[in-house]
Design a protein around this ligand. Structure first.
Ligand code: ADP
Length: 543
């Protein structure tokens, strides 16, 4: 093989990507290839004869003298240096130095190969920073974080797709075993401290390394399925409220987030964020309880105002029972008892007793404490009942009532007692608003119409003194009252009942004269509700 001459060797050195620099024992540069020119910016002619470590700097973790001693003893050194190029730009350099000696062992040259690793160092530093930030967030947030290795589930999904399954959701809903297996293949890689406290674990090991299955109650399986579907559909995240289990099996209400970053998706890793919403849930429940208590208190206070009316209403059938009973006895006491007469009187007694029982039943329903029940309701029947309920009071206040009720109303789905409460409340307010009017102006009108979008609108109007212009909205505020013994909760409760039924209640000054008009709008029952709810529509039980 032919030996290369000097020029040939230098040509080869110029083909190499690494900088190759040869310096003599005193540190003067004697060789400087093309890559060295490109890396450091100095030309070959400029570099030749210069002392390398003065030209570029040779700062390393250890002092350069230590490195040179090492080089003398071992003949080789590898490590990282910090240098500056011709423009003064600091660069990180990975270098390898090799010592050449002459035949007698005297150091002759140091051959260096080096490359710029600044870019790599920067990316590593950025990655470290990102990881640091992520870890910091992972640990410091008031959110329980879980890193889950989802690759096992990924494999299960791939097998499903290979079998021709396209609808993952339907498949998982139908195959519970698949869902549970997918849970046992979702391995916990890491959790933060918040997870330990929220899920009641004393040590990380109680959770990390295991699977998510034990934390998933059966009722929350659809959430797991949705998370898998979201992953299959490559959605960036999925958020919902659900229930999970602690290590002791206690249920907790949580806001559950699952997210994937493009990088973590490649590794099959997902991040779960779990926020405890138990306090909020408990507060909401307490709030609902409080509202229910208030609504009941308001109903009882209305009943209190109408005790005289109620007593009167009950007394009527009772008096009729007594009269009919006595008449029956007289028919029986005759030398020839008239059985037919007694039979018809007994029938009337039974009807009156039923009527009295129904009135008591209504009063009890108003006073009762029970969760709201949804049934199908005929609004017109409720209006008629309300007017009957208040009949005695309307009469004693000499109020003329007119009712115009549409015949084409759809049924509504709702709680009978609550809707009745709204109607009674509005009518009572109207009666009170007209208490000081001359008798001929005491008129109450009620009408029901079918309103937009298959809803039902009931308007109760009076010709009383009305309210100040612009006060419409304030009437519905808690504790807003203009009455000496008013509680100011009636309309507030009416509005919350209406809203809970998907409806609205609005006040306006009556057009064309004094007085107020309140309109309650409730959505007509949907087809599903009409099918599912027990009907009361044909049950026109009256007081
Ligand atoms: P309360 O009857 O205890 O005052 P409500 O919430 O039922 O509580 O009513 C709040 C206020 O709204 C009443 O005090 C009254 O000022 C006004 N209001 C309600 N209904 C009418 C009405 N029909 N006409 C005039 N003002 C009314």
């Amino acid at each position: 093989m032919a030996r290369l001459d000097r020029a040939g060797a230098s040509e080869i050195l110029d083909l190499v990507h690494d900088a190759i620099i040869v310096r003599d024992a005193a540190g003067h540069i004697v060789q400087w290839n093309l890559a060295a020119e490109q890396h450091y910016g100095w030309s070959r002619s400029e570099a030749h004869g210069q002392r390398l470590c003065e030209l570029l700097g040779c700062t390393a973790a250890a002092p350069v003298s230590d490195i040179e001693n090492l080089l003398l003893s071992a003949g080789l050194w590898e490590g990282e240096l910090t240098r500056r190029d011709r423009n003064g730009r600091e660069m990180a350099v990975e270098a390898r130095w090799s010592l050449r000696r002459d035949r007698t062992g005297v150091p002759l040259h140091i051959v260096e190969t080096s490359r710029d690793i600044s870019h790599r160092r920067r990316t590593e530093a950025e990655a470290r920073l990102t990881e640091y930030r992520y870890r910091n967030l992972f640990q410091a947030m008031a959110v329980a974080f879980w890193e889950i290795d989802f690759s096992g589930v990924g494999n299960m999904l791939r097998a499903l797709f290979a079998d021709g399954v396209t609808d993952v959701r339907a498949h998982m809903l139908a195959d519970r075993q698949f869902t549970r297996t997918a849970m046992t293949r979702s391995r916990v890689r890491d959790v933060n401290d918040k997870t330990l406290s929220l899920f009641g674990a004393a040590t990380r090991e109680e959770i990390v390394g295991g699977t998510v299955a034990r934390f998933w109650p059966a009722e929350s399986e659809p959430v797991f399925i949705e998370a898998v579907v979201a992953s299959a559909e490559k959605r960036p995240h999925y958020i919902t409220e659900t229930k999970l289990l602690t290590v002791t099996g206690a249920e907790i209400d949580v806001l559950f987030t699952v997210s994937w970053s493009p990088e973590s998706r490649k590794e099959g890793v997902i991040l779960l964020g779990v926020i405890d919403i138990g306090d909020r849930k408990r507060a909401e429940e307490a709030m609902h309880g409080l509202q229910a208590d208030l609504a009941r208190a308001a109903r009882i206070s209305i009943l209190g105002e109408f005790t005289a009316s109620i007593a009167h209403e009950v007394n009527q059938p009772l008096a009729a029972i007594a009269t009919n009973g006595e008449a029956g006895l007289r028919w029986l006491d005759r030398p020839e008892p008239d059985i037919e007469e007694v039979r018809s009187l007994s029938a009337r007694i039974v009807a009156d007793a039923r009527r009295a029982a129904e009135i008591i039943g209504r009063v009890r329903a108003m006073a009762e404490q029970r969760p709201p029940q949804r049934t199908l309701l005929d609004v017109n029947a409720l209006i008629e009942e309300t007017l009957l309920f208040l009949r005695h009071d309307l009469k004693s206040h000499a109020i003329a009532v007119s009712a115009v009720l549409a015949t084409d109303l759809p049924p509504i789905a709702g709680d009978r007692t609550q809707i009745q409460q709204i109607l009674v409340n509005l009518a009572v307010n109207a009666i009170q608003a007209m208490a000081d009017l001359p008798v001929e102006r005491r008129r109450l009108s009620v009408h029901s119409v079918k309103a937009a979008g298959r809803s039902v609108a009931v308007t109760i109007e009076d010709e009383g003194n009305g309210f100040a212009a612009g006060a419409e909205a304030r009437l519905f505020d808690s504790f807003f009252t203009t009455k000496p013994s008013g509680m100011g909760m009636g309309l507030r409760i009416c509005r919350s009942i209406a809203e809970a039924h998907g409806g609205t209640i609005e006040a306006r000054a009556r057009s064309g004269g004094a007085g107020a008009a309140f309109t309650l709008t409730l959505p007509g029952a949907s087809w599903d509700e009409a099918v599912a709810a027990p009907g009361e529509v044909d049950d026109h039980t009256k007081v």
